[in-house]
Structure formats: structure tokens, C-alpha cells
Design a protein. Structure first.
Length: 792
């Protein structure tokens, strides 16, 4: 088993499961509850199933981890593969699957203002940056007021807990807890009943699944709290991004991004569901573990507690898991049935195609893009080469220093290894590094750790270079020496310079916070891309929101770099990932819920999607990380625009039964006993979704859609169809004009997508997805949907 140390545990789990008698944690899922059963009856029912495959009643009792009995019907238990397959064959059982530990999608002052939601001018460092008093600003204020800043709405965060002392979670001036709330404040280590308040109205934690993987919880080894308290920052960051209070004078270490921080819905209430834990003896930078059985228990409770929105910044590495065996998809399905809107992160595995997680159509899948805020520092080489780049390192050097490449200054022995330029601990020779700037490469070790090594060896600065394998995304971190992060092309330039100049020198310019940096928004390279590998008939992701260098609340138990060697503390910290973009959308959903309490989960998603931006602030197409226009497999319908989403004109609504019918098309059946799949199952692309995806188009496909008028007023409105067809196909609507006479009126239409003559496409283009859009416009509203088509 020595080999296992080479691999993260994530990959080890399936391997263990292949040993026939190895016990594993499984989820046994029954779909909906039948009839009205008391909670203890449901548990007994689950028990009888478990007992039918176990030797003794005692065995059955001790192997049961959770009985999901509120909305989700199922249980989690320790089973052998043999027992699991026996259960799977039983009638009533929808699916049986192993629970895998998932991980966060991690890799604010500015972000809400950027989408037109900021209420006041920020102060401090960015006072110079006067926002144009434009419509975006005014609409933002009206919109926030109309939504009462989210008051009355409860947002549930499934994450790793909360740091309740953060100013972002103060309940000062907030009204009483909504009467509809049924949750609890579960106390534990360093978390008592006073840590809940009118802002954090509920908190719970789930650890049984985690313990079944990593053994009994051990506070020393885990460096975690057996309570809803956040030991690492992630949960506090996501929670404050969605619903944090407005806090003035906030900045990251070093004074970057100074301003006021606010969540999207600053008066919405927060319900904490801690289902993620630090792995034993791991760094806080490491992959954290969120067991699927714990997450499902969290979602089941959140539904019963009465949350209105659930935000899940957790994904998985395998993009192929079907919805019937995906704990988040199952939990979200039951939440959607109760009109709870679920937003989840798209994942951080881009820019490779087909890397998405959380692709179920009843989830809002959120990608990550950039803000117009940048922390511009730079690099100047002795030969005159100048580069502007992002830096959030507060440590400054004020002059040129000699420049060396790490591989040329390592202790003998390391030279032979490929890690020679990695600046790993104790790899650099102080006599060759002292007073110099060192070019280190990424790949092994942590980014911050490399700066620490440069500092240890007496270096004054670091150039942190990406290898081609890492790609173009650079991450500004709070380093310990003056640092710039550079892409592979710049690494090449620097290496050339070092090779050709006898006395190479470099100057690292400290970073300064800059606003209105263009082009913005742009897609980040890490944001996972479509198509959905589970079902390419649904276009995913749905939307994009800010996810790069987001400043939000942090845990007092963690350093800004998340490394134990770093003893600094920060109330607010930068984080990057689709983990950060997802709670932006959750905050926007809370505001929309406050304005339109009766709207379904599908209507809210539709409003967000059809009003999203496909262009950037310069009215040009949103760019991708390679500088070319990005497509809907990166941004879905575009960048969210909450102020517009309140008044979308028309929505593509979908009911629970619509989703059940859709589920037949992907073989996810038996969820509800009152629903039987028809013998002729409609194709998945006929789900009433606000976007269209048609894989392998042969000749002609007719897509069905229904729109509901949610526009203001009683007067007649007439919507006219227009489209920009993807390359090689034509797109027509029947009818192409829709007239509405009242609010709530529904109209059906068909979209006919026809492949053009073969000549129109050459061999490369055939089989590749092409993108376009169609829209309905009434002169005021534009209801736009992206289309993705690949030709067979
Ligand atoms: C909870 O703990 C805090 C210290 O963190 C303490 O000040 C407070 O009195 C405690 N509240 C209760 C109800 O025990
Ligand atoms: C908890 O972890 C610490 C550090 O790894 C270890 O020394 C200790 O023995 C553990 N305690 C238990 C009860 O396992
Ligand atoms: C070392 O790096 C070279 C070039 O980047 C690569 O081709 C080779 O596979 C690497 N070797 C190891 C052991 O990683
Ligand atoms: C990285 O940027 C370079 C130069 O802008 C571009 O040529 C290359 O395609 C980009 N790479 C990726 C993976 O986007
Ligand atoms: C096109 O034809 C192929 C092969 O017959 C089939 O698998 C595929 O589903 C068809 N595509 C559509 C969109 O109907
Ligand atoms: C719509 O008509 C009804 C009945 O005539 C009226 O009560 C209502 O105020 C009207 N609404 C708007 C927005 O004009
Ligand atoms: C086929 O299309 C691709 C993409 O548009 C283009 O780069 C390529 O040059 C085309 N090839 C031919 C033979 O026309």
C-alpha cells in the first residue's frame, strides 16, 4: 500500500471499493416519500431495508449513518459491494451509489458594484475612482431597495462553517428572525448558542460521513472545530459574498482593494450547514473533504428548516456521474420541488471542454469570470522589457536587483530532478540568492511556499512562472517577498534574457488597486467548460459571475495564505474559484426571491439567464483566457445582471413534473410513484430550458418551448423573434411573433434547427459545437437564449 501515498485519497477510494468484501459508505435512494409517514416510521422503513441484507439487527443499526427522512427519501450506510447490489435490485430503490468525498471549487468589496448593485461610493483607497453616475448605479440602488436588501429571505450555505465574529455577520439593526424558520443552532466546540443571531439564524454540522473515511474526528490532527465554526476561511468567504452585511473600511492584507464589503443580499438571513472538514494532518490549502452523505443530510435539513436559496460551492472531479448517483443533484431535485433555488459551482477544471460538475438542469451552474478591478504591479527587466501584471503582495523593493533562475542556484543533487526550478523548501543556495530576484516555476509545492524559500535564502523578490501545463492563469497571492506571477510566454522571455545577458537584473513594481481595468468581464481559464458530459442536451454552465480575486470575510483560525507556516491573520481575504462566483449568484437569487416571492426556481433561473450579458463593458464579446471571444460553454447565457433579472419580460418556467419527464430521457426514473415515464420519451432538449443544446444534429430538429409573460402592466405586448444561427445551421421559430394580453399568459413556440448543406462546413468544423442565440423582444425586454449545435 506504499503506492497509495503518491495519490490523493480521492483516487484511492474506487480502488478500495473493488476489493469484494471491502466496506464502503453507500447512499440508498428511494426518491419521494409515499404518503404521510411519521419520521420514526420512515427511519424504521429504512431500517427494514438495511436489515434485509445484514446479518443481524445490531449490524444493521450500527451500519446506518443517516436516515434521510424530511424531503429526500433514502439512507446512508456502511455496506459491502455485495450488500449494495442486493439493495439496488429491490423494488422502490431508485439508485444505490458510493458516497465519494467531494472538494471545494476554490482554487467583497468590488464585485457587487461591478454588476450595478453597489449602494454607495466606496471609500478609502478607491475614493479617486468615482463611478460614473450612470443608470447601472441608479438602477442598482432602486433594485436593492425594492428587494429590501434581501430581508425575509433565508440563504443556506453548504460549506465548511462560519466565523461568526466577522463583522460581515453582525445582526445589528436586523429585525426578528422570520417566523417561517424551523432550523436550529447546533452548538459544539467554540460555538455556543450566542454565536447564532438575527443574521446567522441557524447552524448545523455533519461529520458521520467524514469520520467513516478518515476515522474519528480528532481536533489536533484535523485542526478543525467539531461544530459549525469555520477553521479555514472558505465557508465564511462564500457566506459573506452571498449575504454579508455592508462593512466599511475593509481591505486585504497590505491595504489592497480598500473599500466597503457587502454581500449581494446584505439583509438576507444565513443558515450554515457545515459538511466539509479539513483532512487529518493536512494543510488548509489542501483538498478539503465534503462527504456526499454529509452533504445530502445537510440539504435534507436545509429544505426542512425553510431556506429559500441553497448555495453549494462544492464539486467533483468526475464529470460523468449520472444524476441518479450524484448526491448534490439528488438533494437539489428535492429542494427544487419545494421551490428552493439551488446555485452550485461549475468547477475549476477549465479550459478543457467537458469538465463541468453540477450539471443537473434543476441546478443553476455558475462559471467564473473576472472583475474590472485589478491589482496592477509589474516587472521590468534590465533589457527594457516591461510587463504589467497582477500583484497583491504588500512587500516592496524599490530598485533593480540581480536576477537568477532558480534551477541555476539550487543545492547540488536537486539539479538532476525536474523540480530544480520549483523553489521547494531548502532547495536554494543562500550564497547565490542573497539580495537577488529569483525566477521560480510552479508545478510542485505551494505558491506561497516558494516565496518563503526565496526569503529564507535571502532573496528579495520572486518571479513566479507558470509552466505551459499550468496555462495562462496567474494567481496573485499575499507573498512573503515582492512577487510577480507570469504566464509561460513571459517565462520564455525571462529565460532568454538570463541566458543572453551577463548581468541580468529585474525590478518588481508593487501592486496598486486599479478599477475599470478592461476587458472585463473576461472568462477565467480555470472555470470548467461545457458540454455537459452527463447530458449534452442541456447547455451548461448556465451563467457566469465574478470568481477571480474576490475579497470577502475570512476565518480567524486561518492565515491569508492558508499555510500553517504563515502566522498572519486577516479579517478579509482574497479567494479565487467558481466557489466564489456561485455565492454571487445565490445573493442575486435572494434579491429576486424578495421581489418575486411566488416565482418558481425555474422562473428565477430563467430571469437570470435571459437577461445576462454576452458582451463586456466595452460592448465587445466576453473574451476567453486566450484572448478570443468566449462561447456559451464557458459563460452559459453570459454574465449575470441582477438588476435586469427582476424584470425579464418572459420566463421559461418548468414544474417538478417537467423535470421528472426530462429525467426519463437520462434514465433517472422511479423518483416519484405518481409519475410514470411515457413509452415515447421526449428528447432531453425539449425540457423548457432558457437555452438550447442539440448534439449530433442530422438534418432537422424541432425544439419545443413555452414562455410565460411576467411583464409589468395590463397592456398588450408583442414579442418578435430574432436569431443568430450557429455556423452551418438555420434557426427559425414557429410562430415568430407572440402576443400577450395578460400577466401569467403562456405561449408555446417551436424552434426549427436545420443543418445546412454539407459544403458549408469543412471537416474540422463538423462534429464541433457551433454557437448562436435567439431572442424575443418587445421593444423593451430582450429575452435571449444561447444555442449550441454540433453536426453529426
Ligand atoms: C458563548 O461564548 C462566548 C465566547 O466565545 C461567551 O462570551 C458567551 O458568553 C457564550 N455564551 C453562552 C450562552 O454560553
Ligand atoms: C489525535 O491526533 C494527534 C496528532 O496527529 C495524535 O497525536 C493523537 O494521538 C490523536 N488522538 C487520538 C485520540 O487518536
Ligand atoms: C521533466 O521535464 C521534461 C520537460 O519539461 C519532461 O519532458 C519530462 O517528462 C519531465 N520528467 C519528469 C520525471 O517529470
Ligand atoms: C495563453 O496566452 C497566449 C498568448 O496570449 C496564447 O497564445 C495561448 O493560446 C494562451 N493559452 C491558453 C491555454 O489559453
Ligand atoms: C443523429 O443520428 C444518430 C445516428 O442515427 C443518432 O444517434 C442521433 O441521436 C441523431 N441525432 C439527433 C439530434 O437526433
Ligand atoms: C391592471 O388592471 C387591474 C384591473 O383593471 C388594475 O386593478 C391594476 O391596477 C392594473 N395594473 C397595472 C400595473 O396597470
Ligand atoms: C476549416 O475551418 C477551420 C475553422 O474555421 C479553419 O481554421 C480551417 O482553415 C478550415 N479548413 C479548410 C480546409 O477550409
Amino acid at each position: 500500500m506504499k503506492l497509495s501515498f503518491l495519490f490523493p485519497l480521492l483516487f484511492l477510494v474506487p480502488f478500495l471499493a473493488s476489493c469484494a468484501d471491502k466496506k464502503q459508505v453507500y447512499i440508498v435512494y428511494f426518491g419521494e416519500h409515499k404518503g404521510d409517514k411519521a419520521l420514526h416510521e420512515i427511519e424504521e422503513h429504512h431500517h427494514s431495508y438495511l436489515q434485509s441484507v445484514k446479518e443481524s439487527e445490531e449490524d444493521a443499526r450500527s451500519s446506518l449513518l443517516y436516515s434521510y427522512k424530511h424531503s429526500i427519501n433514502g439512507f446512508a450506510a456502511v455496506l459491502t459491494p455485495d450488500e449494495a447490489s442486493k439493495l439496488e435490485k429491490l423494488e422502490e430503490v431508485v439508485s444505490v451509489f458510493e458516497s465519494h468525498p467531494r472538494k471545494y471549487e476554490t482554487h467583497t468589496t468590488r464585485s457587487w458594484e461591478f454588476v450595478g448593485l453597489e449602494e454607495e461610493e466606496t471609500d478609502g483607497d478607491d475614493r479617486r475612482h468615482k463611478h460614473d453616475v450612470d443608470d447601472r448605479f441608479r438602477v442598482g440602488r432602486n433594485f436593492l431597495n425594492k428587494a429590501k436588501h434581501g430581508d425575509g429571505i433565508i440563504v443556506g450555505l453548504v460549506d465548511n462553517g462560519v466565523w461568526p465574529e466577522s463583522r460581515s455577520f453582525s445582526d445589528k439593526g436586523m429585525g426578528p428572525i422570520p417566523k417561517s424558520w424551523k432550523g436550529i443552532c447546533q452548538t459544539g466546540v467554540a460555538f455556543n448558542s450566542s454565536h447564532c443571531n438575527r443574521k446567522i439564524i441557524g447552524a448545523r454540522y455533519y461529520v458521520k460521513g467524514y469520520e467513516s473515511y478518515y476515522g474519528p474526528f480528532n481536533a489536533t490532527a484535523n485542526r478543525d472545530f467539531l461544530s459549525p465554526r469555520d477553521p479555514a476561511g472558505h465557508g465564511s468567504h462564500t457566506a459573506s459574498t452571498a449575504v454579508g452585511r455592508r462593512v466599511n473600511g475593509v481591505s486585504a492584507l497590505g491595504g489592497f482593494a480598500m473599500g466597503s464589503a457587502s454581500g449581494g443580499a446584505p439583509l438576507a438571513r444565513l443558515a450554515i450547514y457545515k459538511a466539509c472538514w479539513i483532512k487529518p494532518n493536512a494543510e488548509k490549502t489542501d483538498i478539503n473533504a465534503c462527504a456526499e452523505v454529509d452533504m445530502l443530510a445537510a440539504i435534507d435539513d436545509a429544505i426542512a428548516d425553510g431556506v429559500h436559496v441553497i448555495s453549494i460551492s462544492i464539486g467533483m472531479t468526475d464529470p460523468l456521474v449520472p444524476f441518479s448517483k450524484d448526491g448534490i443533484a439528488i438533494g437539489a431535485l428535492h429542494a427544487m420541488r419545494r421551490n428552493i433555488v439551488v446555485a452550485a459551482s461549475a468547477g475549476n477544471y477549465g479550459p478543457k471542454p467537458g469538465t463541468l460538475s453540477n450539471t443537473a438542469p434543476w441546478i443553476i451552474t455558475v462559471g467564473a469570470s473576472t472583475l474590472d478591478r485589478a491589482f496592477v504591479g509589474g516587472l521590468v527587466l534590465g533589457n527594457g522589457y516591461t510587463l504589467k501584471t497582477e500583484s497583491i503582495t504588500a512587500i516592496k523593493i524599490d530598485k533593480f536587483a540581480p536576477l537568477v533562475y532558480a534551477a541555476n542556484v539550487v543545492v547540488p543533487g536537486i539539479v538532476a530532478l525536474n523540480n530544480s526550478a520549483q523553489c521547494l523548501p531548502n532547495s536554494l543556495r543562500p550564497e547565490l540568492v542573497n539580495g537577488k530576484v529569483v525566477l521560480c516555476l510552479r508545478g510542485a509545492g505551494s505558491r506561497i511556499g516558494k516565496g518563503i524559500e526565496v526569503k529564507r535564502a535571502g532573496g528579495v523578490g520572486m518571479i513566479l512562472g507558470n509552466t505551459p501545463a499550468i496555462g495562462n492563469d496567474t494567481v496573485p497571492d499575499p507573498h512573503f517577498v515582492a512577487t510577480v506571477a507570469v504566464p509561460p510566454t513571459v517565462v520564455e522571455k525571462i529565460l532568454d534574457y538570463i541566458k543572453t545577458d551577463k548581468n541580468p537584473i529585474a525590478f518588481i513594481k508593487p501592486g496598486k488597486t486599479v478599477y475599470k481595468n478592461q476587458p472585463a468581464p473576461s472568462m477565467t481559464g480555470f472555470s470548467s467548460r461545457g458540454p455537459s458530459m452527463v447530458d449534452p442536451n442541456i447547455l451548461k454552465p448556465d451563467i457566469t459571475a465574478p470568481g477571480l480575486n474576490i475579497l470577502a470575510a475570512w476565518s480567524g483560525a486561518d492565515s491569508p495564505s492558508k499555510m500553517s507556516i504563515d502566522k498572519r491573520v486577516a479579517d478579509y481575504n482574497f479567494e479565487t474559484g467558481t466557489s466564489m462566483s456561485c455565492p454571487h449568484v445565490a445573493g442575486a437569487i435572494a434579491l429576486l426571491k424578495a421581489i418575486h416571492p411566488k416565482w418558481s426556481s425555474a422562473a428565477i433561473r430563467s430571469a437570470l439567464m435571459t437577461t445576462a450579458w454576452m458582451t463586456n463593458d466595452e460592448k465587445k464579446p466576453i473574451q476567453d483566457t486566450n484572448g478570443l471571444p468566449a462561447n456559451p460553454f464557458a459563460f452559459g447565457s453570459g454574465h449575470f445582471r441582477p438588476t435586469k433579472a427582476a424584470d425579464p419580460g418572459l420566463v421559461y418556467d418548468a414544474s417538478y413534473r417537467d423535470y421528472l419527464l426530462y429525467s426519463c430521457s437520462v434514465g433517472f426514473t422511479g423518483i416519484d410513484q405518481t409519475f410514470i415515464c411515457p413509452t415515447k420519451i421526449p428528447p432531453g432538449y425539449n425540457l423548457n430550458y432558457p437555452s438550447v443544446s442539440i448534439p449530433n444534429l442530422n438534418k432537422t430538429v424541432t425544439v419545443k418551448r413555452t414562455v410565460t409573460n411576467v411583464g409589468d402592466g395590463n397592456s398588450t405586448s408583442t414579442y418578435v423573434f430574432s436569431a443568430k444561427a450557429p455556423l452551418g445551421v438555420s434557426v427559425k421559430a414557429k410562430p415568430s411573433v407572440l402576443t400577450f394580453n395578460r400577466i401569467g399568459e403562456k405561449k408555446r413556440f417551436k424552434i426549427v434547427v436545420t443543418a445546412g448543406k454539407d459544403k458549408m462546413l469543412n471537416a474540422t468544423e463538423k462534429g464541433q459545437y457551433q454557437f448562436g442565440w435567439f431572442s424575443w423582444a418587445d421593444g423593451y425586454h430582450v429575452v435571449r437564449s444561447p444555442i449550441a449545435v454540433s453536426l453529426a
